[in-house]
Design a protein around this ligand. Structure first.
Ligand SMILES: *Cc1c(COP(=O)(O)O)cnc(C)c1O
Length: 407
């Protein structure tokens, strides 16, 4: 017999998942409801209203895709991008590559705007690429956790609209930590996840869809005799190539009609609802400031240890910091010792950055002063134990000073 699940209490200071807010865990322990029970459909409607705040939007179509953040990405792309249609992907890290990988499976005509890792694209570069490629859809990542850079998106949705292009943004890593200003950006579809700055578990992908994108998706809806009527689809557009991720069907399910599709992942809906409730209660500006303060203090502490941050200061995500592994230090040995001796997890890196940087997060429930200070103190002690010579106590003092300056 295996033992009951009883995981160690690790402090998860990587790029996600992070420790879940206790209120979210408690919400998940609530009992099941039938999926058409008025209590349940009431919770679904409340969840839609809450996520309009989280996504800073008036979009009617704001709901959850069941699955991890990647489910939201896949649902958005398979529902928006028709086989053979042209998609322009802004790629500045691993998650940008993921967008083009998924689009390849859809059979899209993929064009890319490739930016070196650690940098971001300018509005001018984005507009020039749109003019050059004339895509049906433009897709980008807001915070690409692989590089820890946040792509500025002010005005980008408006550029797309001017050129008749639909836009999609993956904001998984920033949702709940930095402003994901759907309506102000003018972007059409944005998806997220819970396990980063929302302070929830992985397994639910909040999504918001503009009316014009919803119309585009509905025109591709699947017609099933006797269930959906043929006149609800113009018939000219290729059907969405997935059942589970057919956002037209999922929208029908979340609509007043409640057309049966999947069974809503009840416990995850409870989690998503509570995570959003906590965010709205805290206030968006206060929450973004909390992440900013934690990120600034983490950066100050790392620099005080004599470490160099990765990427561009002006475009840093506030909630996860990339830091160069110093010369002569084994990055994995440090991560192992942090876990074994301090029960703290920090992140490794992928692709060209593997073995070169660590990624240290302060997201959601973990974007707190004491967790930042504890992580810095532990890293300092660990680096010393691994043979890196550095002055004692500097990192924590620098982080404390950063917090004082922020308040
Ligand atoms: C973490 C992250 C994801 C994660 O997707 P999952 O399916 O939840 O693992 C997607 N996009 C970005 C930008 C991320 O940072």
């Amino acid at each position: 017999m295996f033992g009951q699940i009883d995981p160690p209490h690790r402090l998860l200071m990587g790029p996600g998942p992070v420790n879940v807010h206790p209120r979210v865990l408690r919400a998940m322990a609530a009992d099941m409801l039938g999926q058409f029970d008025p209590e349940m459909t009431g919770y679904m409607n409340q969840t839609m209203a809450l996520y309009r705040h989280v996504f800073m939007t008036e979009n009617r179509w704001t709901f959850l895709v069941d699955g991890t953040a990647r489910a939201g990405i896949e649902a958005a792309l398979v529902s928006l991008v028709e086989p053979g249609a042209r998609l322009l992907v802004l790629r500045a890290g691993r998650f940008g590559l993921l967008l083009s990988e998924i689009a390849g499976r859809i059979g899209a005509d993929i064009r890319t705007l490739d930016i070196p890792w650690g940098a971001v694209a300018t509005r001018g570069q984005i507009e020039a690429a749109i003019v050059e490629h004339q895509p049906q859809v433009f897709a980008a990542i807001h915070g690409d956790t692989s590089t820890t850079m946040a792509q500025p998106l002010d005005g980008v949705g408006d550029i797309c609209r001017r050129h008749g292009v639909l836009s999609y943004v993956d904001a998984t890593a920033t949702l709940g930590g930095m402003a994901v200003a759907t309506d102000a950006w003018g972007v059409d579809v944005v998806t997220g996840g819970l396990q980063k700055c929302m302070g929830g578990p992985p397994g639910s992908a909040p999504i918001t869809i503009s009316d014009r994108a919803a119309a585009h998706i509905m025109a591709r809806r699947h017609v099933e005799a006797g269930i959906r009527t043929a006149d609800s689809r113009d018939g000219a557009r290729p059907r969405i190539g997935s059942n589970y991720f057919d956002l037209a069907m999922v929208m029908d399910y979340w609509s007043e009609q409640r057309l049966n599709h999947h069974t809503e992942a009840t416990s995850m809906l409870y989690a998503a609802r509570e995570a959003a409730r906590i965010m709205v209660e805290e206030g968006l500006e206060a929450r973004f400031a909390r992440h900013r303060a934690a990120g600034a203090a983490m950066g100050a502490g790392l620099r005080a240890m004599g470490l160099a941050l990765y990427g561009q200061d002006a475009h840093r995500m506030t909630n996860v910091t990339g830091v160069h592994i110093p010369e002569g230090i084994d990055g994995e040995a440090v991560r192992t010792r942090m876990r074994a001796e301090f029960e703290i997890e920090i992140g490794t890196a992928f692709g060209p950055l593997a073995g070169k940087i660590w990624r240290i997060g302060a997201m959601g429930y973990n974007a707190m002063k004491h967790k930042v200070l504890i992580t810095l103190a532990a890293l300092e002690a660990t680096l010393r134990a691994e043979g890196f010579s550095l002055p004692q106590g500097n990192a924590v003092d620098a982080a404390r000073a950063s917090y004082e300056a922020a308040s």
